[in-house]
Design a protein around this ligand. Structure first.
Ligand code: BDR
Ligand code: CA
Length: 353
């Protein structure tokens, strides 16, 4: 089993990342830290505990991390995830477990990852504040982890043939929160910059950008695959956990349709950052050129979040240059059929728990 720590801001797609991390037999989920992002830290923490209860893994400890970015105000995403961060469900269980506040998240992450030198992964599916703090406080950790997997960033310019250009408003380009910026990077761009500018860490980093996640749309067919027999919805035979994940997808599909006009289904960003840990990466994610392609990532930090109003801000944009050595790995394609199948199998395991 591959040990991993998950750092997330539990909204709809983070819930699937938790499902995969908690219920795949090849993965050993050591703990979860929560961060501001889709909603307040308080909400993302409760959402995380509720999802762990739903998948029968309340044994996984949950540590609340940073409530705010380094040097900006918080940005939430109520139009995508609702005000709770996980709106639209009727069967989300109330957690019995409580968040662990001692030791603090950063120290718990360090201790857990150091217990598996050379083999542990850190997966981040929210704003990067906790991750940046972790490597600032414990720089030596970089040499002990096997990898860092991040969902964040947007490249555009034909990097993949993902159907980009569905972003909100007129004249917008390839980001999802602004013309240029993907939400997780936008929330705390200084934190993101500190990670990508650490060359040792960057060389161990895999980045799942919107260019990839927009190839993985949870279409109506996918929603029905995950829900199994459609009739079970009305006969009430659907298990609680499957019903919950179905409702999560349906809500997410509605907000993506309303906000972005994306009618083919919502991109399921976050579980991809977990999926790349699965054995034989090529089974799920195909890297260009045998994984040899590497990039330097520069994050635009000039400008205020309020520049958005003026439609001129590029803060949170991820700019790429090809790296001769070192550099971040950015998958361009994946086997999405296998990916949905893997999620379905995880739901099956959660049902049996
Ligand atoms: C990212 O933003 C969040 O709203 C999602 O959970 C995902 O992590 C996609 O841009
Ligand atoms: Ca997220």
């Amino acid at each position: 089993q591959r040990p991993l720590w998950l750092d997330c801001d539990t909204g709809h797609d983070d819930a699937f990342a938790i499902l995969l991390a908690a219920r795949h037999p090849d993965l050993k989920l050591l703990g979860i830290s929560t961060v501001h992002g889709n909603a307040s830290l308080e909400n993302t923490t409760i959402n995380t505990l509720s999802i762990l209860k739903a998948v029968g893994r309340e044994d996984v400890p949950v540590y609340p991390g940073a409530a705010k970015p380094f040097c900006r105000s918080t940005v939430y995403a109520p139009d995508i995830h609702g005000s709770s961060g996980l709106d639209g469900t009727t069967c989300l269980p109330s957690p019995s477990a409580t968040p662990v506040t001692e030791p603090k998240a950063i120290h718990a992450m360090y201790d857990a990852l150091m217990r598996y030198p050379g083999s542990a992964w850190l997966v981040a599916t929210g704003a990067l504040t906790n991750v940046a703090l972790l490597f600032a406080i414990y720089p030596e950790l970089v040499t002990h982890i096997q990898g860092l997997s991040i969902m964040g960033g947007a490249i555009g310019s034909g990097f993949t043939d993902a159907p980009m250009g569905h972003v909100r408003g007129e004249g917008l380009r390839f980001g999802n929160h602004t013309s240029y910026a993907e939400f997780n990077i936008y929330c705390d761009p200084e934190a993101a910059k500190s990670i990508f500018s650490n060359s040792t860490l960057a060389a161990k980093t895999t980045l799942i950008t919107l260019d990839l996640s927009h190839q993985v749309l949870a279409s109506v067919e996918v929603q029905q695959l995950l829900v199994g027999d459609q009739r079970a919805l009305v006969t009430g035979q659907l298990s609680n956990v499957r019903h919950l994940f179905y409702q999560i997808l349906v809500f997410f599909a509605h907000t993506y349709r309303d906000v972005f006009g994306l009618t083919k289904g919502p991109p399921l960003h976050d579980p991809l950052a977990v999926a790349i840990l699965l054995d034989g990466l090529s089974e799920v994610i195909q890297f260009n050129d045998n994984g040899g392609e590497r990039w330097h990532v520069n994050v635009v930090t000039d400008g205020l979040h309020s520049d958005l109003e003026a439609e001129q801000g590029q803060v949170g944009r991820t700019m790429l240059t090809q790296a001769e050595e070192g550099g971040v790995r950015i998958p361009r394609a994946l086997d999405r059929f296998r990916f949905w199948q893997i999620l379905d199998e995880c739901l099956e395991r959660a049902e049996k728990a």
